[in-house]
Design a protein around this ligand. Structure first.
Ligand code: PLP
Length: 455
């Protein structure tokens, strides 16, 4: 029949359309998904629920973003109240109080003099905003030749042209032409031979930051605006920074008068047991992006935090003139600001960053003791409440084993996990308990075992 199939305890919200074709899904194998959908219709705290009502552990905090768990009441109420009170106001030449309040809260949370917050709606917009700010900063300082952007292999900075230019994921770049002119890349920091099964930051690899010297020698510092890296590369399978690496990058950027940008879209708001990774590592970038956890993902929001010297370089010229020709209709959208304020309150009131920090050793021990040594496990990387498990590929079918593992995890084990090539990635919400952690490790072990041979 062509009627809607209606299941679950709340028919109005759990209807599954039987035509799945119209939605062209992002970063998805559309044909495989539509042949065997992994659908969720409801979420509460640590769990998703399928339209049939089956409980699924959220092993990925959504997409590394629902850190306090789902549909949390204070955030829900804040959004509802805001929608009734002020649904929208432009922030080009006008303002609304919650935008200023949230900016102040984020500035207070950010380390050092990272004091000025520019809002956008996603991590991709945040990355492109930070790159544009860096180039415009040098222009404002009278050094307009400093336009080159340096990223890193295996980096992910979203999907805008700036982000994919400095990013280092071949699949995200291959078919999109020549990118922005003049970018270059540091080498990535992963070496299985030297780092396999390191818990936390690997000892080997700080010297890879020195590759910046080679890039400067090639292009000259007078052409380079900024270096942009994730403190921990997330999307390419959790690559923690080698001990001392980020400090070294900071020193070299200072030496050559190059801005350092940290993309903290994943690492921000507690994922590594501190408000931001820059605090964990005692390294303050000139610009820092954020998104995801700022609203616990209950509303889209991203942004860039700038240090005082970056912001102040723009505050010149006649004071009726716009200082930075950049912004989005929905920059500091009232619903996102309300969600952000309620989220920061929740993180504080429930001590969730501290909880994330306290759980890190429990998490690492559970993952390592359950999976290290299991057949087919090639490496495990872990930092904060993240873990990535490289599994042996099926012959002649790279990525297929992890795809099947992710599908089985959902349908057979009742857990949402992510993949990156033949790597399984888990990044749970901070509200997990020690019991949940043990369950997650068991379920991972089960799907690794059950995908040992192609079926
Ligand atoms: N930067 C980093 C480090 C990310 O991990 C992501 C998303 O995972 C992005 C940027 C892009 O964020 P969005 O998908 O919100 O555009």
């Amino acid at each position: 029949t062509s009627a809607l199939r209606v299941v679950g305890d709340d028919a109005a919200t759990t209807a599954i359309p039987n035509d799945l074709q119209a939605f062209w899904m992002p970063f998805t194998a559309n044909r495989s998904f539509k042949a065997r959908p992994r659908m969720v219709a409801r979420a509460k705290d640590l769990y998703y629920y399928t339209p049939e009502g089956k409980q699924i552990i959220d092993g990925t905090a959504g997409l590394w973003c629902s850190s306090a768990g789902h549909s949390r009441q204070p955030i829900v109420e804040a959004i509802q109240k805001q929608a009734a009170e002020l649904d929208f106001a432009p922030t080009f030449q006008f303002g609304h109080p919650k935008a200023f309040e949230l900016a102040s809260r984020i500035a207070a949370l950010a380390p050092g003099d990272l004091d000025h917050v520019f809002f956008c709606n996603s991590g991709s917009e945040a990355a492109d905003t930070a790159l544009k700010m860096a180039i415009a900063y040098w222009h404002a300082r009278g050094k307009a030749s400093k336009t080159r952007l340096i990223g890193r292999e295996r980096g992910y900075h979203g999907v805008g042209f700036g982000g994919i230019t400095v990013g280092g994921i071949v699949a995200n770049r291959r078919v999109y032409g020549s990118m922005l002119a003049g970018a270059d890349h540091l080498p990535h920091t992963y070496n299985r031979e030297k780092q396999a099964f390191s818990k936390g930051e690997p000892e080997w690899g700080a010297h890879l930051a020195d590759e910046l010297e080679r890039i400067v020698a090639l292009h000259d510092a007078s052409t380079i605006a900024a270096v942009m890296v994730e403190p921990m590369a997330g999307s390419t399978g959790v690559l923690p920074p080698p001990v001392g690496y980020l400090k070294r990058l900071r020193e070299l950027c200072d030496k050559h008068d190059i801005l350092l940008i940290f993309d903290e879209v994943i690492t921000g708001f507690g994922r590594l047991g501190a408000p931001f990774a820059s605090e964990r590592y005692g390294v303050i970038p000139d610009l820092m992006t954020f998104a995801k956890g700022v609203t616990n993902a209950a509303a889209p929001m991203g942004g860039v935090v700038a240090r005082k010297h970056v912001h102040d370089a723009f505050m010149t010229g006649p004071d009726h003139v716009i200082e930075l020709f950049h912004g989005y209709t929905y920059s500091a959208h009232p619903l996102a600001c309300a969600a952000g304020l309620a989220t920061l309150d929740l993180y504080r009131d429930e001590g969730l960053f501290e909880r994330s920090k306290a759980l890190e050793p429990v998490w690492a021990d559970a993952i390592f003791s359950k999976l290290k040594g299991q057949a087919g496990v090639l490496d495990i990387r872990q930092l904060g409440l993240t873990a990535a498990i490289d599994i042996e590929s099926w012959k002649d079918a790279p990525g297929k084993r992890a795809y099947v593992a992710m599908d089985k995890a959902f349908h057979d084990e009742g857990i949402m996990i992510r993949t990156s090539g033949d790597c399984l990635v888990v990044t749970p919400p901070f509200i997990i308990t020690e019991n949940d952690i043990a369950q997650i490790a068991d379920k991972l072990s089960n799907v690794i075992a059950s995908t040992a041979m192609p079926s």
